[in-house]
Design a protein around this ligand. Structure first.
Ligand SMILES: *Cc1c(COP(=O)(O)O)cnc(C)c1O
Length: 232
């Protein structure tokens, strides 16, 4: 065992234990819940250690940072974009990521779609929902989501795979429940050309709660890699 990364090993043990416990408590012990390693500010050697322990799905917030680390990551990683994406950056990531979870407007979806078609692919996306209506966060409002999804489902270069959210820090259970309801409603009659199945919610502070409310993917940064010295 490489001592250099002992802190991450310990964190992984705790995360696995907590997740199993939360799944059992929620009666979801047979459900697959993906765990994403959120890499912002984390050096690639530390990311690669987590990858070697089975955390092969990485979440990237910033295109610039991702491009600077990309070549240093292990070969078997899968990368999703989870941070606000400027449309002029789409071209840099379109061929190397598997999903864009932070689609926060129809306009962005259109531009992703155009670029994807140009490159001969269809990009999997999630719509980000600003479930708490916070001005500091981007995303579709719960009220605007239905119309947004209808327009996005017309685009041939993107495939809508579900929803992503970051709830307000207090009272996340209240917002998780709201998100679960919205997600299940859409899933019951999914838009055409979609593969609507993934609810991405739950971070370091609240992933166990997200399990109770039907999450399909938790996104973990600080509880896996340790505290960041600044927030992104
Ligand atoms: C930073 C970030 C996370 C992880 O945050 P932690 O609280 O450190 O686990 C998850 N999702 C998104 C979109 C993020 O920006």
């Amino acid at each position: 065992m490489n001592n250099e990364f002992e802190d991450i090993s310990e964190n992984i043990k705790r995360i696995r234990f907590n997740l199993e416990e939360a799944k059992v408590r929620a009666g979801r012990e047979h459900d697959d819940i993906s765990v994403m390693a959120v890499t912002k500010t984390v050096p690639p050697e530390r990311v690669n250690f987590a990858v070697s322990q089975g955390f092969t799905l990485l979440g990237e917030n910033r295109v610039q940072e991702y491009l600077s680390k990309k070549e240093l990551y292990a070969d078997n990683v899968r990368v999703d974009i989870i941070g606000h994406l400027q449309s002029n950056k789409i071209k840099y990531i379109i061929d190397s990521v598997t999903m864009i979870q932070s689609v926060d407007s129809v306009q962005l979806a259109k531009e992703i779609s155009e670029r994807a078609l140009k490159n001969g692919r269809v990009m999997d996306i999630l719509c980000e929902v600003n479930i708490g209506g916070e001005t500091s966060k981007s995303g579709f409002s719960p009220e605007g989501l239905e119309d947004g999804i209808a327009m996005i489902s017309e685009l041939r270069g993107v495939r809508l795979c579900g929803l992503m959210t970051i709830p307000p820090p207090d009272n996340s259970c209240f917002y998780f429940e709201k998100m679960q309801r919205i997600f299940e409603d859409i899933k019951a009659s999914p838009p055409e050309n979609s593969d609507f199945k993934l609810l991405s919610m739950g971070m370091s502070a609240d992933y166990a709660d997200a399990v109770r409310f039907g999450t399909g993917m938790v996104r973990l940064g600080s509880t896996l890699f340790g505290a960041r010295n600044y927030s992104v």
